[in-house]
Design a protein around this ligand. Structure first.
Ligand SMILES: Nc1nc2c(ncn2[C@@H]2O[C@H](COP(=O)(O)OP(=O)(O)OP(=O)(O)O)[C@@H](O)[C@H]2O)c(=O)[nH]1
Ligand SMILES: [Mg+2]
Length: 436
């Protein structure tokens, strides 16, 4: 459920006991174990304590109750024994399955989408992220309103008489209208925010910095890599280089897009964006809601696909990341595959990166492989760049700073006639310098 500030505080005080209900439709043990483990981690990220895991193997989910009515009865005993307050399901349930299962077991049922929405609603910090999550949550709620007002009938003592049923239905209709109205409002407000972002983005393009985007599975170490690069950055180049981003061993630590300027001595400055992590079967409404946040990725010059190379499932994570990128329609952007956490994978760090490869092993924690990564980045950004060698009069300060911003300065000396500069510049800048 979407939780407001007040409830959020109450929940954070204590862990809530839950039972995981895992429907197994796959033969593959490893795939299933990975999914169950991930569900447990998602619960943890939401302050829910797993008391018991119930598994049901079926070729297809049961239309009425998702796990079948026999298993649902069995679940009620487990719930009684564990005092679980929620049943968290591995999978997504239809509104009917959710309603029926809830009726049998007598406690609220959360499916995976619900759980992810809950985490997102707690983590969202910026106005945009909050509105996006609210919009995704309302879309999720709309078809699930039926049955929510049953208690109205019961409270007025009618026990299902026609008149009392009417109260609930009227309330649902009212809610539905209110929710639809709110969705329209949110859409408008988000559109406005998106326009502002677009203006900021264009401003950045005018500044000429290349944009590098960090993408990858949640918890791979994207924010840690960003912080490591911020640390190596020269703070005098930019005020916001000190602003580190939030990193934590937790699924979906990052929800908001942050962009920082990275200016490492001897290298061409670039903008780096950190974005929300991906996960398998990410709820569709959520992808839709976060599309504008992820638009940053669309405008990137290079994508750094970050993976936790110490996780046995990193190839699966890479596939999921690539599938999500395909959905975002960013197939033409050059990529570097960044195998992070090399310090766990190989404690001695004997892995060597080969020059020219698009797969780089690094450790955001120890700093291992950072130069190799920056070299790989330089190589991609230099494609199409040209060497410019000229003397600029001292009055041309703005052109000089443009070369510093957009190009990579190889040599700079101060002569009586002006600044002698040798730099690798992107084609557009080199063309412009040719005309002055
Ligand atoms: N040992 C080790 N741990 C790392 C490394 N990089 C990141 N971590 C840890 O991995 C956890 C997740 O790191 P984050 O940087 O928050 O991961 P993220 O990809 O930004 O995750 P989301 O924002 O949730 O998508 C944190 O506990 C980090 O300290 C590394 O190179 N080595
Ligand atoms: Mg992060």
């Amino acid at each position: 459920m979407y939780i407001d500030k007040e409830t959020d505080n109450q929940i954070q005080d204590a862990l809530i006991p839950v039972v995981l209900v895992c429907l197994r439709t796959t033969e593959d043990d490893e795939e299933f174990d990975h999914a169950v483990n991930e569900l447990k981690n998602l619960c943890e990220a939401c302050d829910l304590e797993t008391k018991e895991i119930i598994t049901q193997s079926l070729p297809h989910p049961d239309n009425a109750t998702w796990i079948g009515s026999g298993k649902a009865e069995e679940l009620t005993y487990v719930i009684r024994g564990t005092e679980a307050e929620y049943a968290v399901c591995l999978g997504n349930l239809s509104p009917t399955q959710m309603k029926n299962l809830q009726k049998i077991i007598g406690i609220p049922v959360w499916d995976r989408t619900n759980l992810i929405l809950e985490i997102f609603s707690r983590r969202a910090r910026t106005r945009e992220a909050r509105l996006q999550v609210e919009s995704a949550y309302l879309h999720y709620m709309l078809p699930r309103l039926t049955g929510m007002w049953k208690h109205l009938g019961r409270q007025s003592g009618g026990g299902g008489s026609r008149a009392n049923k009417g109260i609930g239905e009227k309330q649902i209709e009212l809610d539905r209208r209110q929710i639809s109205h709110r969705i329209t409002e949110l859409k408008k407000e988000l559109k406005q925010i998106e326009l502002t972002r677009e203006v900021q983005r264009r401003g950045r393009i005018r500044n000429g910095y290349p944009l590098v985007a960090l993408v990858g599975y949640t918890n791979a170490g994207k924010s840690s890599l960003m912080n490591r690069l911020i640390e190596s950055s020269v703070s005098s180049y930019t005020e916001d280089s000190e602003k580190k981003v939030f990193e934590k061993d937790m699924l979906f630590a990052t929800l908001d897009t942050s962009v920082r300027k990275i200016a490492i001595p001897g290298r061409r400055p670039f903008l780096l964006s950190d974005t929300v992590g991906f996960i398998e079967n990410i709820p569709h409404d959520l992808i839709k809601a976060f599309r504008s946040t992820l638009a940053e990725v669309k405008y990137a010059d290079v994508l750094l696909i970050v993976m936790d190379s110490s996780d046995p499932h990193y190839t699966m994570h890479r596939r999921i990341t690539e599938d999500t990128l395909r959905e975002l329609d960013v197939s033409g952007i050059p990529r570097i595959y960044v195998y992070n956490k090399a310090d766990i994978r190989d404690k001695e760090l004997t892995i060597k990166n080969s020059a020219g490869s698009d797969s780089i092993f690094i450790s955001a924690r120890t700093g291992y492989g950072m130069d190799d990564l920056l070299d790989a980045l330089r190589e991609i950004l230099q494609r199409g760049s040209r060497l410019v060698d000229l003397i600029l009069p001292y009055s041309a300060g703005s052109i000089l700073s443009r070369i510093h911003n957009e190009g990579e300065v190889l040599e700079e000396s101060f002569e009586p006639e002006g600044t002698h500069i040798r730099a690798l510049c992107p084609a557009a800048l080199a063309d412009y310098l040719g005309t002055i």
